[in-house]
Design a protein around this ligand. Structure first.
Ligand SMILES: C[S@@+](CC[C@H](N)C(=O)[O-])C[C@H]1O[C@@H](n2cnc3c(N)ncnc32)[C@H](O)[C@@H]1O
Length: 271
């Protein structure tokens, strides 16, 4: 199995994955507060620059890497004539970069797309300075909110058809365990908090139209049947498919460090 390129999503990525106005910028400011001024950053899976462009605007030196040329073309279009990050078309499995050259490596919604993600962690460690950090960002919502319940039911339906719902990585806990085994200390920060309003009907439509990469490997016939069954389940489970539900959302940063820098000391002092 190969890494999942987002070439096919380049045209819809920003409409379907953007945060409400100001949220990504807030998350970038929280991250900026963790880093030395003018730090040299690498983002693996930079995509269309959703996270990278606010960081670049905050004055960091930034290199971005992706296997999807189309996603990076979108980034270039957005930055126009402005100087932007240094972009490299390559896989995070084998970073064409000098060892010990970055203050931080950022990865947002990328490791679950790379079957060899453990190798990526080793590559990241190699290109980081000894006091550098790996910073993983992700979107969070409660496990018991309607969209989570819907996705959990989707996973069950797909599994019943013999299709693995998350073939590469089933949970972030696996990444945490691997990094701790590599001697990393970790701390979690909330980058931003907001609420999102959505309907069950919208979520069903997003699954049916394969908006999420988790549906890309599902065969057409399975997808069509699973959506029908999920709709029937939703009609019984939720009072309505069309009324908006409002749920809390967060953007979380998880910072991993090795050795004796501040974050590591904080963790050790707290033990
Ligand atoms: C979900 S997008 C996230 C983009 C960006 N980090 C963001 O949060 O908006 C994941 C990106 O990782 C890229 N990707 C997948 N496998 C990769 C690999 N082995 N090396 C580098 N990038 C990869 C995809 O092409 C896609 O652009």
């Amino acid at each position: 199995m190969e890494s999942i390129s987002f070439d096919r999503a380049a045209d819809i990525y920003d409409q379907t994955r953007s945060h409400p106005p100001g949220i990504t910028q807030s998350a970038a400011s929280v991250l900026a507060g963790l880093l030395p001024a003018h730090a040299n950053l690498l983002e693996i899976g930079i995509g269309t620059g959703r996270i990278a462009l606010p960081l670049h605007a905050a004055g960091f030196r930034l290199t971005g890497l992706d296997i999807s040329r189309k996603m990076m073309e979108r980034l270039r279009q957005k930055q126009g004539q402005q100087p932007g990050p240094n972009l490299i078309e390559a896989s995070a499995l084998s970073l064409p970069l000098i060892s010990g050259s970055f203050d931080a490596v950022v990865g947002v919604h990328v490791l679950h797309l790379i079957p060899g993600w453990r190798t990526v962690l080793k590559e990241v460690r190699r290109v980081l300075r000894p006091e550098g950090s790996l910073i993983i960002g992700y979107d969070w919502h409660p496990d018991d909110c309607p969209s989570s319940l819907l996705r959990q039911q989707w996973d069950k339906l797909i599994t019943a058809y013999g299709i693995q719902s998350h073939p590469v990585l089933s949970s972030f806990e696996e990444v945490l365990a691997a990094l701790r085994q590599m001697g990393a200390h970790d701390e979690e920060l909330i980058g931003a908090e907001w609420t999102k309003s959505f309907t069950i009907q919208d979520e069903l439509a997003r699954l049916e139209s394969r908006t999420w990469s988790a549906t890309w490997h599902v065969p057409e016939a399975v997808l069509a049947n699973a959506v029908l069954r999920l709709k029937a389940w939703s009609e019984v489970t939720f009072s309505t498919l069309n009324a908006p539900y409002v749920t809390p959302r967060r953007f979380i940063w998880q910072r991993f460090t090795w050795g004796n820098n501040q974050a590591a000391k904080g963790t050790e002092d707290g033990q």
